[in-house]
Design a protein around this ligand. Structure first.
Ligand SMILES: NC(=O)c1ccc[n+]([C@@H]2O[C@H](COP(=O)([O-])OP(=O)(O)OC[C@H]3O[C@@H](n4cnc5c(N)ncnc54)[C@H](OP(=O)(O)O)[C@@H]3O)[C@@H](O)[C@H]2O)c1
Length: 647
């Protein structure tokens, strides 16, 4: 990103020393990322060809055993060349003499070449950071080249512990030698926030309190702690996700345009923004913890899942939150009065990270039926930018409007592009000295200032989190929390039952000629029905009628614009699985064949009618929508019009 970064050339010498090389992070992320950079990614090599990798650990281990244990995920035609550049060094972290030996070994590896740069990656628990930094400084700095240190979160647990860590590291290294990783700063659509804002004319004039009603920064995961409850319980969801990853997204979205897009100027604007954020207390926060429930796997099968407290690695009776929401208040000219709702939860109904910006209604909006525009930056999965805007439906009536989704999905806009892993980008940028995607110490002081009083209050008073079933979309009571702060969170609303924006992915999978299976993980709603998006394989048959079959009964029809629909009175299969829905294109040539048989056009009579919940085991029938307002409670921007127009 920085125009001043120096890319290491083929003739440069670089040695990457990984402390904690026997651990999980090194195995899963660091070795594969280094292989990509050196041999496999487009434009490789992006590190000098003769980069050496030294694994450092406390255990005595032969090199071949170390490689066998830690480099299994390195796969590709240059694997053996790569492995020749890997060595292992045994030493303790708190013994200075061992670092002297490491230095001697590094000198030997570096040979007599001119410059010899060293990049140290501290992939060890934070308790070992201080002694490793001190010993590198005393014994193992590069004699003729740069010495840089990459450290991983957590950067402390609160303001006090961060101050300790910071004074240790900054007492040893300069700020420009320390690279603090937040891997969300390497995600494509987080990086794109700055490009979208500053390379276009349309976004920036809209991002302010005159235009924006609210911003939601959402992170959801559909898995629980999966045996890592001991680690998670130490931190909780606020320290694990909010104070770092979600706050980074917030900063990139809400900071003022920096004078230049380099590390120094970006850091300055990020810090200025955080200084304007009010410190949080328990009153600003909603806490939840998941209990037993259900999860749907990739094949659509539903499994029972244990609750957080039933995870054997979690201490009995823990009140550690696995769901949290906070409303950030920004006291500056641009954002005063705009709530930023940040929420993060494990064991919810889906995996999702996105920013949803909802715009304010203006006086002139009352001239035609409308609802607020929304701009969505989806970070994962299915990265993209979606814009919900209101348009006139084709037909006689000027006031017949519909929300339409303008859709910039990465997979369609940039098909086949290489999506670098976060650690590839981080290792590359650290090697070039570009700190713009790393976390500065001054912003961390502010980040901890915002969250520490809240965390202290939680630690001291141990409030009881609201239990929610595994697979829920949000805990009970979350809607009230939002309402009390003037935030409209559609997902928390009792009328919400399906995703706001459907993923732009084909959801009918061809099984045989003229037969498709519907993937129920991609459901939409429309006027009391469920909509399935047609697969691209079917695109050339877009004009044909489609018939959805449930068992042997006719249940639905093509409603055009790439959607197929069934009424949602369809009895669901076990759990919420729609696996047996089938499409038979030959049996539905005319809409008149199906109209009398089903209720596609009739909205459901009452929310109290007994229906199987559609998504998430926690959704109760009472929560199902009335489907009366707005032509059927759809948030679904690109849904077609199923009802005939009356003039
Ligand atoms: N794994 C991830 O996905 C992930 C994600 C984000 C952040 N992180 C952070 O990255 C760092 C490494 O993560 P990791 O999952 O690889 O950790 P890990 O597997 O628990 O530990 C890494 C290595 O550190 C050494 N170690 C373990 N406990 C130690 C102790 N008490 N004192 C000194 N050394 C110790 C061990 O190496 P030897 O015994 O061989 O010396 C171990 O193989 C941690 O700071 C973690 O918080 C990890």
């Amino acid at each position: 990103m920085s125009a001043t970064m120096k890319v290491l050339g083929a003739g440069d010498t670089l040695t990457i020393i990984i402390f904690g090389a026997t651990g999980d992070l090194a195995k899963r992320k660091l070795f594969p990322a280094l292989y990509q950079l050196m041999y496999a990614c487009p434009d490789a090599p992006l590190l000098p060809v003769m980069t050496r990798i030294v694994g450092y650990g406390r255990s005595a281990m032969k090199l071949e055993d170390f490689i066998g244990k830690q480099c299994g995920l390195v796969q590709g035609s240059n694997r053996s060349d790569f492995l020749k550049q890997v060595s292992y060094f045994q030493g303790k972290y708190d013994v200075e003499e061992d670092f002297g030996k490491l230095h001697a070994a590094l000198l030997e590896l570096e040979g007599s070449s001119g410059t010899a740069n060293r990049l140290f990656f501290l992939s060890i628990p934070p308790t070992a950071f201080a002694c490793v930094c001190k010993n590198i400084h005393l014994q193992a700095c590069a004699a003729n080249g740069f010495t840089r240190v990459i450290i991983e979160k957590p950067f402390g647990r609160d303001s006090r512990t961060f101050a300790e860590l910071n004074s240790t590291t900054l007492g040893i290294f300069r700020e420009d030698q320390i690279f603090r990783i937040d891997h969300y700063l390497a995600k494509e659509n987080v990086l794109n926030l700055l490009v979208a804002r500053f390379a276009n004319q349309i976004y920036e004039p809209l991002l302010n309190r005159h235009q924006v009603a609210q911003v939601e920064i959402v992170w959801k995961e559909d898995i629980g702690t999966e045996g890592r409850g001991g680690y998670f319980n130490e931190f909780g969801i606020i320290r694990d996700m909010m104070q770092n990853h979600l706050l980074q997204i917030f900063q990139w979205l809400a900071m003022e345009p920096p004078e230049r897009l380099d590390a120094e100027h970006i850091a300055k604007e990020k810090r200025r923004l955080l200084q304007a954020v009010r410190t949080l207390s328990l009153e600003d926060c909603f806490l939840g913890q998941y209990g037993p429930g259900h999860r749907k796997d990739k094949s659509g099968d539903v499994h029972a899942e244990v609750g957080y407290l039933e995870d054997s690695t979690v201490p009995a009776g823990s009140r550690c939150p696995t769901f949290a929401a906070v409303a950030l208040t920004v006291e500056n000219e641009r954002w005063r009065g705009v709530p930023f709702l940040m929420r993060a939860g494990k064991a919810l109904n889906e995996r999702l990270a996105e920013v949803v910006i909802t715009f304010k209604r203006q006086d002139y909006n009352s001239l035609v039926p409308s609802e607020p525009n929304q701009l969505v930056f989806r970070i994962q999965p299915d990265e993209g930018i979606f814009f919900k805007c209101i348009n006139k439906r084709p037909g006689w009536k000027q006031t017949n409007t519909a929300p339409v989704q303008m859709d910039m999905s990465y997979d369609r806009a940039f098909p086949g592009s290489y999506n670098a892993g976060a650690y590839e980008r981080m290792l590359l940028n650290a090697s070039t000295g570009d700190q713009s995607l790393f976390v500065g110490s001054e912003e961390l002081v502010e980040a901890w200032r915002i969250f520490t009083p809240l965390l202290d209050e939680i630690d001291a008073t141990q409030p009881l989190p609201v239990r929610y079933p595994f697979g829920a979309r949000a805990p009970d009571g979350f809607a009230n929390f939002c309402r009390a702060r003037g935030i409209v969170c559609e997902e928390a609303s009792e009328h919400y039952y399906l995703p706001k924006f459907i993923r732009g992915i084909p959801v009918l999978v061809q099984e045989a000629e003229d037969t498709w299976r519907a993937d129920n993980s991609k459901l939409g709603s429309h006027n009391g029905g469920l909509c399935f998006r047609k697969s691209t394989d079917m695109a050339d048959r877009a004009q044909e009628d489609f018939l959805l079959m449930y068992g042997t009964t006719t249940k639905g029809i093509d409603i055009g614009n790439n959607w197929v629909k069934v009424p949602y009175e369809v009895p669901l299969a076990t759990g919420n699985v729609f696996g047996s829905l089938r499409v038979d294109i030959n049996r539905a040539r005319s809409p008149s064949r199906w109209r009398p048989d089903n209720s596609v056009r009739d909205p459901p009579q009452s929310p109290a009618r007994s229906r199987t919940p559609l998504r998430g085991a926690s959704i109760q029938p009472a929560e199902l929508p009335t489907c009366k307002a707005k032509g059927g409670r759809d948030n679904f921007a690109d849904e077609p019009q199923a009802q005939a127009e009356t003039v």
